[in-house]
Design a protein around this ligand. Sequence first.
Ligand SMILES: Nc1ncnc2c1ncn2[C@@H]1O[C@H](COP(=O)(O)OP(=O)(O)OP(=O)(O)O)[C@@H](O)[C@H]1O
Ligand SMILES: [Mg+2]
Length: 813
Amino acid sequence: MSDEPEAPTFDESSDGERALSIPPELPILPLRDTVLFPNSFMPLAVARESSVRLIDDAIGGGKLIAVFTQRDATVEEPVEADLFRVGTATHIHKMFKLPDGSLRLIVQGLARLEMGQIVETKPYLRARVVPASEDVGEADKLEIDALQRNIKTNFQQVVSLSPLLSDDLQTLALNISDAGKLADFIASSLSTISTAAKQEVLETLDVRARMDLLNRILIKELEVLELGSKIQSQVQSEVGKNQRDYFLREQLKAIQKELGEGDDQTKEIEELRAKIEAAGMPEAVKKEALRELDRLSKMPVAAAEYTVSRTYVDWLVALPWSKRTDEVIDLKRTKDILDADHSDLAKAKDRIIEYLAVRKLNPDVKGPILCFVGPPGVGKTSLAKSIATALDRKFVRISLGGMRDEAEIRGHRRTYIGALPGQIIQGLRRAESKNPVFILDEIDKLGSDFRGDPASALLEVLDPEQNNTFRDHYLDVPFDLSEVLFLTTANVLDPVPPALRDRMEVLELPGYTEEEKLKIAREHLLAKQVQNHGLTAESITFDDAAVRAVIRGYTREAGVRNLEREIAALCRKSARRRAEGNEDPIAITPDVVVEMLGAPRFLDEEMGERTKNPGVAIGLAWTPSGGEVLFIEARRMNGGGSLTLTGHLGDVMKESARAGLSWFRANASRYGVDPEFYRSSEIHLHVPSGAIPKDGPSAGVTMVVALCSELSKRPVRGDIAMTGEITLSGRVLPVGGIKEKVLAARRVGIREVILPARNEKNINEDLSEDLRREMTVHYVTTIDEVLALALPPNAEAPAVAAAPVETQPASVA
Ligand SMILES: Nc1ncnc2c1ncn2[C@@H]1O[C@H](COP(=O)(O)OP(=O)(O)OP(=O)(O)O)[C@@H](O)[C@H]1O
Ligand SMILES: [Mg+2]
């Protein structure tokens, strides 16, 4: 029947309540979903049969009816209980009949009514009604005014924010002066508030209370509208940006098309597809690559992920999935190449040839990884390079030095910004072959921290059981590393994690003698540097004495790197002379060396000088950069029996100093020293070069010799060096690094060394025949033997009587 809450109009001038006398009984028209307020006009649509009948009868009569809103809009035939108790006396202004029999009305609300008893239910409801008069109450006029103003302002804001309300409503509202009517007008104008709320306004007869209620409704409405407009503007700006991007991109496409540039993206995708087909990927990888390509083709070029995805596909196609170099293992040729590139190193070369022989006979056997261990500059890296040349394989090298992050080996996941594959995969891409010789340099300098342990990632790389499906985090597809020939290098083995060490076969390169260095310089370094500096063999000549002078006076190293550097310096200075117009051939002699390189940095005489006074002995130490010669100094001062140790010594070294002192106290009388010396003495043992940390037991014998020398006032021989661990009972135990130590002694010009007897086999196995011939080695088993050799009893000896009794004639190698 009724409905359509189209905006009602309002007529303040018609004051129905007073102008009209309301009959005591009226027909009741139920309203659905709307409330008619007094003084307002409203169009209604009437379709229910009973309602049409009601209107027909009313038009014939006084055109006066009562409207009451249904509690539940869905009820078809409402009875009394379905209607609210307060409604409106209504005048039917106009009625139109539509062809389907339904009616359109224009009605005007006149006054509030309260429903009384129902008198008829058929054909439509009729009831007794009583006017419900407004109650102006005792409300303060000022308060009403203030509320009224407040309501008007709020209403203005609601109208200006709401797209559903016409701006005219503001003006209309401003012109209403009666508070109750203003409330009715606004309540009937607000199309967004619920019917229940409107009904509540209608039922509130107290004007003051009605205004309060309305004000609350308005404030709530205002909040909703403000929130709504905020959401609206956010949504608008987002939609705006997306649309803008979209339009720009479309325009760009159109412009490219106009310019005849065609669709670059499609072209690019097709190129990539061809590359994927050509890359020889395993099936699973190819599938992954094509999937990514598909994703790529659907992405706008300008999208951030486009580059990420594109880079990934680039990586996939760039890897040598099935590219390899043919390996020819020709042992003769390999030997020739190794010999041509490196002098000496016979033992290492033999081991390499054996290693390759095994590979040749059984290509499937996964041999251990070779690890070259030795001091800097002895040719570890360059030997590994030669192996690559000899095998005709590509060569890549990565340095593990300082690597602390697992991701450096294995890459970052693609979700990281700027993610890349790890060094292994990067190396293979550089190699452009899946079977290169891959050098992992400085495996001993591998670090680890909270970012993960690169060593464990490396373990997987080096494990023949699992490296055929090595999974880089970035690639996220397996890559077969099983054909790669990994070689590793290290200065020392100790820091290498045991699990890694286990996978490797160690090949030691201990360092060179002066003769070997001279030979290396002659055969390799000189020619290389002469050529590097744009000189020729005719324009510059080196004589052997000059090279020796460089080795002795300007370098002190196990390898030849500094030697090469000094030779380069000589070539550079010669090149300059030639460039400045001096065309004469230059002959490098020892004098020219001093002239060009300045005064020698290392002097041999030092040795004898330092041991002239009692209390200084020459020891031999092993360091990661080769052997070292150490001076150990002892001093006795008056004091109360304490021992001071200085020179950055480790705990083991300190303990061996104490053991040495104890042994000497127990045996002092045999060396002409008062056994009670300790009571009135303070002993200080010092190992110079304090900046280098020193540890290990091998300085034991040297410390005892220095002590004995100081206390017995006999100087130590300056041409003999020693090493060995001691026990409290005076025995000498074997130590490590023998070859390096002997080389170090030889380097500073010492030809005689004292070694523990049980180290004899190291000398025989590791030292070249030349070196053995050159050096005099004394093997000892007790400290007494050491003292007999190092402290000649007749040299200024105050107490000859105390010659050691147990000393046997030293065995001489
Ligand atoms: N036996 C040798 N014959 C010829 N050249 C050599 C020999 N040993 C070393 N060299 C040369 O010495 C230089 C240094 O060698 P290389 O770089 O291989 O040292 P390394 O052992 O790898 O040192 P580091 O531990 O510092 O990496 C190279 O130019 C190398 O060719
Ligand atoms: Mg190296």
